[in-house]
Design a protein around this ligand. Structure first.
Ligand code: SAM
Length: 294
């Protein structure tokens, strides 16, 4: 396939849309990429090679799928919109290493699909231009299922990418940052202009690369407790840690006891949640969790 005949060109995309009388469904977050150079840049960041297995979410008419098919050993793509399946079957007909599954990714058993389609010693990566309306549910699902994958590289709304990759004491830093960075090393690898999409979205986009950690960077006694504690510390961003915790633990401890417990672990209760790093959140949650057990 020559570069000027890739699906990711304005001309070819328009032809495909017209031939199949396809109309975009905004409710499914359908913004297709029409620039093959952007796709190659994304693929360069993913770390995939000719032996890799790839899971794609939302292939659309196959712009990214085609490039993945050219660079990886096997691609498995989940698409929710039934109207796109016959189009994909035609446009990517000559790629024997690409397979489509008509399914909502939120309902899919991705672990079983990986087991059934890739070999045990194969590197598997997730790559997608995600439907922006469900970015966080999709990433949360993929991470919580602890899939045997090396990385997740996704195009998402720029602000969300920045929140996921944020550093402490910045505006973007929050409970979502901790949830993502507990499982992965997160990095914004590219900013992407609106002009490479059809139709153009209303928001700016960025590519986020999540490299899955072999184990969390901190010891956490109880993950559920840890994540709800983190959420509580950010519940009113302008309030001090001591005040947010007093609200959160109102049935269990008074303000003075909370201050004392914070002093004991060397965390100043007058700080704001946004100034705590992952290690401090872990110490905090472990301390209160262990106190609860006695
Ligand atoms: N990959 C294509 C591209 O880059 O041109 C299309 C990306 S478009 C932003 C998002 C795609 O995800 C659409 O094809 C949409 O139909 C699909 N989609 C939306 N919700 C989905 C879901 N829950 N599960 C699987 N696919 C979904």
């Amino acid at each position: 396939m020559s570069a000027n005949n890739y699906i990711a060109t304005p001309k070819r995309t328009k032809e495909i849309l017209a031939n199949y009388k396809f109309f975009f469904k905004k409710s499914l977050g359908q913004n297709f990429i029409i620039d093959a150079n952007i796709l190659k840049n994304i693929i360069d960041h993913t770390g995939i090679d000719k032996d890799s297995g790839v899971i794609e979410i939302g292939p659309g008419i196959g712009a990214l799928t085609e490039q993945l098919g050219l660079h990886a050993k096997k691609v498995l793509a989940f698409e929710i919109d039934q109207r796109l399946l016959p189009i994909l079957g035609d446009t990517l007909d000559q790629y024997e290493n690409i397979q489509f599954i008509h399914q909502d990714i939120l309902q899919a058993d991705v672990k079983a699909s990986i087991r059934d389609n890739f070999s045990e010693d194969q590197d598997v990566h997730i790559v997608a231009n995600l439907p922006y309306y469900i970015t966080t549910p999709i990433l949360t699902k993929l991470l919580q299922e602890k899939l045997p994958v090396e990385s997740i590289t996704v195009m998402i709304q720029k602000e969300v990418a920045e929140r996921m990759a944020a550093k402490p004491s910045t505006k973007a830093y929050g409970s979502l940052t901790i949830a993502i960075q507990y499982y992965t090393m997160a990095e914004v690898v590219m900013h992407v202009p609106k002009s490479v999409f059809m139709p153009q979205p209303n928001v700016d986009s960025a590519v986020l690369k999540l490299t899955i950690r072999e184990k969390p960077p901190v010891y956490v006694a109880n993950e559920k407790y840890f994540f709800s504690m983190v959420q509580a510390c950010f519940s009113q961003r302008r309030k001090t840690l001591r005040n947010n915790l007093t609200n959160y633990l109102s049935g269990e401890y008074d303000k003075e006891t909370i201050s004392m417990m914070l002093d004991n672990i060397g965390i100043d209760g007058m700080r704001r949640g946004e100034s705590l790093n992952m290690e401090e959140f872990a110490t905090l949650a472990n301390t209160f969790y262990e106190a609860k057990q006695h």
